[in-house]
Design a protein around this ligand. Structure first.
Ligand SMILES: CC(C)(COP(=O)(O)OP(=O)(O)OC[C@H]1O[C@@H](n2cnc3c(N)ncnc32)[C@H](O)[C@@H]1OP(=O)(O)O)[C@@H](O)C(=O)NCCC(=O)NCCS
Length: 166
């Protein structure tokens, strides 16, 4: 088990984005990291999507993409990524989140620590609510979100909607 202090969030610059992609290729499924643009696996389109996504998200919640991504580091090693995207339709300040970790960093408390840090970032950015959507079959994500205080709603389309009031 890692302690809180072992897990930090780091802004994604070009060098960190390269390290994240290397981790994703080595230690995660492509579908956990990026939408399936251009077909399965890490093709040119999906790789281009990955870099342009993190580049746009570098401008933060107040930038044109209204989105911010971070790399998660655990014990000085790159472990995965978390993101926040402002929900411009919501009636109170709300951001949607997502997270992925390399397989070798899962089930050790890293996700829980990263999510707590992310919620603190959301609070600092003035958000009142953070939401996430995951698949009904993703027990790990649901446990992670519930442990962070999320209320979970099972929808008919096979997804689960999570809401954390900050
Ligand atoms: C989901 C994910 C981020 C969880 O991170 P993690 O570091 O493994 O989670 P933690 O070790 O901090 O565990 C958090 C809670 O989830 C539980 N958990 C973690 N993995 C689990 C699994 N595969 N099945 C069931 N429960 C699991 C832990 O027991 C813990 O519960 P507790 O606090 O009640 O003890 C990680 O497994 C992952 O990257 N998965 C692939 C991508 C993904 O599914 N992202 C979520 C999309 S919304």
């Amino acid at each position: 088990m890692n302690s809180w202090a072992d897990v930090v969030l780091v802004d994604v610059d070009d060098e960190v984005a390269d390290q994240l992609l290397e981790l994703a290729k080595r230690d995660a499924s492509p579908d956990e990291v990026a939408p399936p643009v251009g077909g399965p696996g890490w093709n040119l389109e999906r790789t281009a999507w990955f870099f342009s996504y993190h580049h746009a998200a570098a401008a933060g919640l107040d930038g044109p993409a209204a989105e911010k991504s971070w790399a998660v580091y655990c014990c000085g090693r790159i472990a995965g990524s978390v993101r926040l995207k402002r929900d411009t339709e919501a009636d109170i300040p709300t951001a949607e989140t997502g997270i992925w970790l390399g397989r070798s960093f899962r089930s050790r408390g890293v996700g829980g620590a990263a999510l707590r840090l992310l919620l603190a970032e959301a609070r600092r950015a003035g958000m009142a609510r953070v939401t996430a959507r995951t698949l009904a079959g993703n027990g790990g994500a649901q446990r992670l979100l519930a442990a962070a205080g999320a209320a979970l709603t099972h929808d008919d389309d096979g997804t689960v909607f999570a809401v954390v009031e900050l």
